[in-house]
Write a protein that binds this ligand. Sequence first.
Ligand SMILES: NC(=O)c1ccc[n+]([C@@H]2O[C@H](COP(=O)([O-])OP(=O)(O)OC[C@H]3O[C@@H](n4cnc5c(N)ncnc54)[C@H](O)[C@@H]3O)[C@@H](O)[C@H]2O)c1
Length: 352
Amino acid sequence: MSRAMRIGVAGAGLIGRKHIELITVSPDCILAGIADPSSEAKAFAEACSIPWYADHRALLEQEAPDGLIVASPNALHLQMALDCVARGVPALVEKPVTDTVATAQRLVEAVRRTGVPVLVGHHRRHNPRIKAIRNKVAGGEIGQLTAVVGLWLLKKPDDYFDVAWRREAGGGPLLINLVHDIDNLRFICGEISEVQAMTSSKARGFAVEDTAGLLLKFANGAIGTVTLSDATPAPWSWELSSGENAAYPKQDQPCYLFAGTKGSLSVPTMEQWSYPGDAGWYAPLSRAAVDMPLADPLVEQLRHFLAVIAATEVPLISVEDAMGTLAVVEAVREAALSGTRVFPDRIMEQAA
Ligand SMILES: NC(=O)c1ccc[n+]([C@@H]2O[C@H](COP(=O)([O-])OP(=O)(O)OC[C@H]3O[C@@H](n4cnc5c(N)ncnc54)[C@H](O)[C@@H]3O)[C@@H](O)[C@H]2O)c1
């Protein structure tokens, strides 16, 4: 790249600070400024001598950045992304792309109309390990996919809930965390066609759920279950199992099991099980360690965003694709409320 690109960040909270850190150490971009009305963000900007704005539109107008990273609360994503698109500024919008499928559709239309690229921050898809697992499962190495197990069981620290929106509906593990796992499962196994679910808020007693159980049917016929809770000391989650983010002490435990007609795979422990000879429950089952690459997907995501701005790459995760992930999460919420089966495709069709 010929010159360092100037990247702005709207929302300098938990993930926004991580983006700021990565921009600061990258040789290919510099921080154009941050937009965040909080006094903490203002003090942070002053301490680091970074241009600070209370409003993202002021940052866009006065700094004219090459791209903006939207890392604000979910309900603000749509307007911030629309403001970028209206000014021809490519955006990296944190997941979930917006807070509802209907609002995501408005962004899909704006991107189609203007051609301004928007990349959605489902950053795990940039992990070479996730890409390799997808190639293995979709490439038929474990045969026809029959069943999938997903676990997201861990304990969020109590002070995480000091932020009000994290205690309210929409700020919990379905939209904030499950959305990552659903995106992984869609990417690895294909589209999810039907959803049943139950949620509970019994452990913490907040308006937002802390625990959920899902039953999924994939378009290819495979059946999946996902169990999640953010209120339990446990090692089974991508965060703690993958080693992707050094902030989480790594646990040597799986969080996904992929079962096929020829074998099965535990992830990210990367063990592949199969019968070397005749198959059947009396026969010896072999276990092979699968060597797969691992890299920091947030670093790769930033590299990709710069390439999207330079128009040398197209967004790996488009708004429309991320809307497909959001439709499944919305289906989970609807299924839990209604106690019925919900079809993500219908949610997408209703929004169109
Ligand atoms: N990719 C990931 O792994 C990942 C991880 C965490 C969060 N996220 C996503 O990032 C977003 C932010 O989450 P968080 O945990 O960092 O939240 P947070 O509450 O820690 O940070 C949000 C920040 O946005 C600021 N903000 C509020 N109103 C604003 C406005 N009008 N303009 C600009 N800034 C404003 C707040 O002051 C706060 O500093 C959410 O959409 C979340 O889903 C993604």
